[in-house]
Write a protein that binds this ligand. Structure first.
Ligand code: KG4
Ligand code: ZN
Length: 346
């Protein structure tokens, strides 16, 4: 049974994993850099790249040892080749190239977003395309129709901030620490979402996209007003964000033929309130709801190894060349129409 080594280093998690084609995760390790970035309240690219360079090789050694495998036992080496913080992506991709070259194995350059997009299939063998995917992380906020491996139709994206970014900025405004998403979710449990009126940008708009910048500014103004309790602001923010997500997902569903499932992936998929709202929406549309286990939602290498497996299984598979260049931007759907507004994420 084919075994793929996956490497992830596009943001602030350094990770390596070995995944077999029967979906068994033979070994996986993740080194989080939260401590290194915490003093700055966000990921510092230079610190991230140095940390990946220090940690990746020992992590790869550790997963190989844990699975009792040598590089000769592998069938391919897959690494995130973008989009992401370029210094980190280069560390992972160059390491994968060196290992592939030295062990004479195929290199698979994986789009990090494809890793997230296919991760639900690693967790759930019954999930078949086409499925509607809400991909919500710190860097990305998209609704994609997954039509097959390598075939993605982007139905919506954000015109400014990603959803995870909005959670992180809200946490920063409220002084809740880093990483922000889980801290906002915890604070929201103690608050009343109706206590603070916040906007729902683009709710009901004809265009399909997301926008969170106005919501973030409103959170800042609510904090500066000094009349609201922080948990109430957190709860109101989370509810406003969820209302936007549900509205946009409902709109996307109205523009396509009935998919096989509604799926959520990416770091924000770890949020229980977001999951519950999406599960309800799926139920209203008679769709199964699929969300990978939390460890597969946030950045990890098992999803990169699995994307490698999916590529390896395609008829006519070809390895990527050793001159494959790391990409800071790499849209999953190159044909998607550009959206208005600046600072659009890949
Ligand atoms: O997928 P991921 O690990 O990295 C990127 O590719 O961006 O996502 C990280 C993002 C961060 O913005 C983090 O605050 C958010 O996911 N996140 C959450 C939760 N857990 C992580 N947002 C809301 N609620 C959570 N429980
Ligand atoms: Zn990610």
């Amino acid at each position: 049974m084919p075994i793929v080594l996956g490497i992830e280093s596009s943001c602030d998690e350094t990770a390596a994993a070995l995944v077999r084609d029967d979906r068994t995760i033979l070994a996986q390790r993740i080194a989080s850099q939260d401590e290194a970035h915490r003093p700055y309240g966000g990921v510092v690219p230079e610190i991230a790249a140095r940390a990946h360079a220090e940690r990746l090789a020992p992590l790869i050694e550790a997963v190989m040892a844990e699975a009792g495998l040598g590089f000769g036992d592998l069938d391919a080496i897959a690494a995130t080749a973008g989009p992401g913080l370029i210094g980190g992506v280069m560390v992972g991709l160059v390491s994968a190239k060196a290992l592939a070259m030295a062990s004479d194995k195929p290199l698979i350059a994986v789009n990090h977003l494809e890793g997230h997009a296919l991760s639900p299939r690693l967790a759930d063998p019954s999930l078949k395309s086409p499925y509607l995917l809400l991909l919500v992380s710190g860097g990305h906020c998209q609704i994609l129709l997954v039509e097959g491996v390598g075939r993605y139709r982007r139905l919506a994206t954000t015109i400014d901030d990603a959803l995870g970014e909005a959670f992180d900025k809200t946490a920063k405004i409220l002084g809740l620490g880093f990483p922000g998403g889980p801290a906002v979710e915890r604070a929201a449990l103690e608050g009343n979402p109706k206590a603070v009126p916040l906007p729902r940008p683009l709710l009901g708009s004809a265009e399909p996209h997301f926008s969170f910048a106005g919501l973030k500014s409103a959170v800042l103004r609510a904090k500066q007003a000094e009349v609201h309790a922080d948990p109430d602001i957190a709860a109101a923010f989370q509810q406003a964000a969820i209302d936007c997500v549900i509205d946009r997902t409902r709109k996307a569903l109205s523009t396509i033929a009935k998919p096989n499932a509604l799926v959520v992936a990416g770091g924000v998929a770890a949020n229980k309130a977001v999951r519950a709202a999406l599960e309800k929406l799926a139920g209203e549309h008679g769709l199964p709801f699929v969300a990978p286990p939390l460890a597969l939602c946030t950045d990890n290498a098992a999803m990169i190894a699995w994307a490698g497996q999916e590529r390896l299984a395609l008829p006519g598979f070809t390895a990527d060349p050793f001159d494959f260049v790391a990409r800071p931007r790499w849209p999953l759907d190159p044909d998607a129409a550009p959206v208005r507004g600046a600072g659009v994420k890949a």
